[in-house]
Design a protein around this ligand. Structure first.
Ligand code: KG4
Ligand code: ZN
Length: 399
């Protein structure tokens, strides 16, 4: 095991990331090369462009991670890599490079599920902070993984040095982050949409548009129809309690209807040009710039959309917590960076006298430190990837 030094590579979506973490608890470096500028003009991730950008970035990102940690490649004890879920071509870039490095160095390769990585982002933070002294690692926790590709609820607990995950709930269609991204695109805002909506929402009235979520009936989704999106394919829903299922495609359509009904589309087109695509668009559009293009009605719509999404995540997460008797909640993934979400979840947890933890903002969105942290128990347990490891775009976590 040497010094417990793991180099992790993450390339499942639109960030090429590498990190070196020691013993799953000490981050020596964490480098993230974002492809946002490549995908912004398309309002979403273009898979072919993502693979090409990963190919360009992976070698320099790994080199930078080694240099920043002041580690020679010979000092590493293992290489970890995200094997799924994610975009097939994007995952393959990281996997192929990780395999080659591990083979050349004669050290083990460890495959990590991206969702498990997000959960370990919170655990890594806890281990790094002073709170580690009061280690909470051994208690079961309800984890909400809420990102651009996923909205999943897991009950997670350590089991014989490793970790065990039971799937409690998930989205039946779009992920919450996907709804943020699609609504932002519809309103002429940038990609990813979450940070724009987060910043603009505080300028509107969250109660002005009454969006609602209907209760999901599992039997509707058992009628033999295949799930509609990539998010829905990652795990079966047949055995889950319908109270813990999410659906975010309806609110996206409701926002679209509101935009059509109130004739907000021309304004959204103008906004896109002013901020991103027009000849006078700034190199780095700002929230102030975006704010100056939004009338009160659009700001109210944005605030109401966010309020409804956060409210639904909150309601179902705490319903699951109550039903399972969990005393600890972890919220992680890109959407966990959202300020309203953090504030409302924190207040609700306090009201119920529960412990709640979020990753730092840098560890909320995709990164490789979380992959290295999740790989540590596997290194200890000797759970290594076979040399035929390949990308699994719909890899599930837990049952
Ligand atoms: O975890 P992540 O980086 O990638 C995936 O695994 O999907 O999450 C990206 C998602 C995007 O949909 C983005 O719009 C959303 O997280 N996001 C946010 C915020 N920051 C990022 N959503 C709401 N509020 C934010 N502040
Ligand atoms: Zn992610």
């Amino acid at each position: 095991m040497g010094n417990g030094l793991i180099l992790a590579i993450e390339s499942s979506c639109d960030e090429t990331a590498a990190a070196i973490v020691q013993r799953g608890s000490r981050t020596l470096s964490s480098v993230v090369a974002s492809q946002i500028s490549t995908h912004t003009r398309y309002g979403g991730v273009v898979p072919e462009l993502a693979s090409r950008e990963h190919l360009r970035a992976v070698v320099p990102v790994v080199r930078t991670a080694l240099a920043q940690a002041n580690i020679a490649i010979e000092d590493l004890d293992a290489i970890a890599v995200t094997s799924g879920p994610g975009l097939a071509g994007a995952l393959l870039v990281g996997i192929t490079y990780a395999k080659a490095l591990a083979y050349a160095q004669g050290i083990p390769l460890i495959a990590v599920n991206h969702l498990e990585g997000h959960i370990h982002a919170v655990l890594l933070n806890e281990r790094e902070s002073l709170e580690a002294l009061l280690s909470t690692d051994d208690e079961p926790a309800l984890a909400l993984v809420v990102s651009g590709g996923h909205t999943h609820l897991y009950l997670t607990r350590p089991a014989e040095g490793s970790w065990h995950y039971s799937l409690i709930g998930r989205t039946v269609d779009d992920a919450a982050g996907e709804a943020y991204d699609k609504v932002a695109k519809l309103l002429g805002l940038g990609y990813p949409g979450g940070p724009w909506i987060d910043a603009l929402a505080e300028h509107g009235n969250p109660n002005s548009v009454p969006f609602s979520f209907s209760q999901i009936k599992t039997k509707l989704h058992l009628g033999g129809k295949p799930p509609r999106t990539k998010a829905a394919k990652t795990a079966p829903i047949a055995n889950l309690d319908p109270h813990f299922l999410f659906s975010f495609s309806g609110i996206k359509t409701a926002v679209l209807r509101y935009v059509e009904l109130h004739n907000l589309r021309p304004e959204a087109e103008a906004r896109r040009e002013t901020l991103f695509t027009g000849p006078d668009a700034p190199a780095t559009p700002t929230v102030e710039g975006a704010l100056s293009t939004c009338d009160p009605q659009t700001l109210d719509l944005i605030a109401s959309f966010q309020h409804a999404v956060v409210g639904d995540l909150l309601k179902k997460t705490f319903a699951a917590q109550e039903s399972l008797g969990a005393t600890r909640i972890l919220v992680t993934g890109g959407v966990a960076a959202n300020r309203e979400l953090r504030a409302r979840f924190t207040a609700e947890a306090a009201r119920r006298n529960l412990r709640i933890a979020f990753p730092t903002l840098a560890l909320s969105t995709d990164n490789a430190a979380m992959i290295a942290a999740a790989a540590w128990p596997r290194l200890l347990a000797g759970e290594f990837a076979p040399s035929i490891l390949s990308a699994d775009p719909s890899l599930a976590l837990g049952r």
